[in-house]
Design a protein around this ligand. Structure first.
Ligand SMILES: [Cu+2]
Length: 459
């Protein structure tokens, strides 16, 4: 602690003790979350009724009703988020987790949100997409003073527009979002709405990106584009819960993107329509069938479909490197390269050197490679037929005939009806392609091309 921080801390402590008796008593007790499991939908205990959402590996923030106003208490603070079993990352978040809890209200609700800053630097909260008084927009320096460490600010406005929104800091934004500060906000319609269908399952999650060096636990906050961890709600496959639905359910999936790149979100086995954006419900004449939708930076897309095909259907970002864990980007492509001759020479320099990638990278999913402590495996997650060779932004939509209404429990692996699984054709073996494919049109005496390890490059 340097001198400046010490005095700032001392001043905060004094302010907190003098203010506590008057104002802290008036604040709703902040509700904290220690679990990374998907919390059951929070049925509204008061106020107008609505059909609550399910936040993937997340939760909804309870509120206090005070003279007709819904009062929430967000605490911005350092948290440790387990991104996958055994892989913990030091993040910044809200109320014990990253992302922060989902806030659910009803169109027309008067909402008051207390924000306590327990971070070591100032912050604000911007309510992305909302109609509100300009001074409640949460842009530090522009619409309000920043919230200093140790202080509590209050935001208050009426949730005017039904829809799906996000919240995030508008203060030291690149650092605070790279550390995981973000959350969802759902404003449910107050009555039946011509463009908002009732659904049986309503899921939401935020796309995230982090740059955590293998073996370390704190994201590098100055990374602009070259992130190495891609997450749904700050979890990575196989640590992401599955979306479990009953056959015939109308399903809504709300996906928000506060990363620094776009993510084409793809669902197998079904076509969906985009029924809403953070701008509101999409007119019916502007909906069309899709199996992937690009969710650009700072966007939310709401996908809807009838889950009428039983099975375990993949749901993932279609950028293939976003469904992998951290890997060295400078690894040269080795497909077709016979490394046998050089391995002994390399092992004199690097005793643990392994030949990999000469037949593709699928080996990576099968082998349990030694990795540094607290490092996410690169491609992992076993299925009933072997390794899924996936990581990052990947999960499953599990559609079951016998899933009970309202039951979000994982039903286990799909039991495929006899004769419906791709299978080997007996007696049709062919030899695999040689490692060194002959180059067409050249003499057999081709010079070897030497690929030198490249330096860091940007994406
Ligand atoms: Cu992606």
């Amino acid at each position: 602690m340097n001198r400046r921080n010490f005095f700032a801390g001392a001043a905060t402590a004094v302010a907190a003790t003098t203010a506590s008796r008057v104002s802290m008593a008036a604040l709703p007790e902040p509700v904290m979350q220690s679990s990374t499991a998907t919390a059951p939908p929070l049925a509204p205990p008061n106020g107008r009724p609505y059909n609550p959402v399910v936040t993937l590996n997340g939760w909804t923030l309870p509120w206090r009703m005070n003279a007709g106003v819904k009062e929430f208490h967000l605490v911005a603070e350092p948290v440790v988020r387990e991104m996958a079993p055994g892989f913990k990352v030091n993040m910044w978040g809200y109320n014990g987790q990253s992302p922060g809890p989902t806030i659910e209200v009803v169109e027309g609700d008067r909402v008051r949100i207390y924000v306590t800053n327990k971070l070591p630097e100032h912050t604000t909260v911007h309510w992305h997409g909302q109609r509100l008084p300009n001074g409640m927009d949460g842009v530090g320096g522009i619409t309000q003073p920043h919230i200093p460490p140790g202080k509590t600010f209050v935001y208050e406005f009426t949730a005017r527009r039904p829809g799906t929104f996000m919240y995030h800091p508008h203060a030291d934004e690149m650092v605070q979002m790279a550390m995981g500060m973000m959350g969802f906000w759902i404003t449910h319609p107050k009555e039946s709405h011509p463009l908002i269908e009732p659904v049986q399952r309503d899921f939401c999650f935020l796309l995230g990106s982090f740059d955590v060096e293998p073996g370390s636990a704190t994201p590098k906050v100055n990374t602009m584009t070259d992130f190495n961890i891609w997450s749904f709600n700050s979890r990575v496959f196989p640590g992401i819960d599955t979306l479990n639905v009953r056959k015939g359910d109308r399903v809504r999936i709300r996906v928000g993107n506060l990363t620094m790149t776009n993510h084409p979100i793809h669902i197998h086995g079904h076509e969906f329509e985009v029924t809403g954006t953070d701008g509101g419900p999409v007119p019916r004449t502007a909906r069309w069938p899709e199996v992937s939708v690009d969710v650009a930076v700072g966007q939310m897309r709401q996908m809807e479909f009838i889950a009428d095909e039983e099975g375990d259907w993949s749901l993932h970002c279609h950028k293939a490197h976003h469904t992998m864990g951290p890997m060295g980007h400078e690894v040269p492509t080795m497909i077709g390269v016979d490394q046998k001759g050089v391995v002994d020479k390399i092992r004199k320099l690097v005793p643990d050197y392994m030949v990999m990638g000469d037949k593709g990278m699928a080996d990576m999913g099968e082998m349990e490679m030694p990795i540094p402590d607290n490092t996410m495996p690169m491609m992992t997650g076993a299925g009933p037929f072997g390794s899924a060779e996936m990581g990052g932004m990947f999960t499953l939509l599990k559609v079951r005939r016998d899933q009970k209404p309202g039951d979000y429990k994982d039903p286990g692996w799909f039991k495929h009806p006899a004769g419906t699984v791709a299978r080997e054709v007996p007696g049709a073996s062919v030899p695999p392609a040689p490692r060194n494919a002959p180059s067409p049109g050249n003499s057999s005496n081709t010079d070897a091309t030497v690929r030198k390890p490249s330096g860091a490059h940007n994406h």
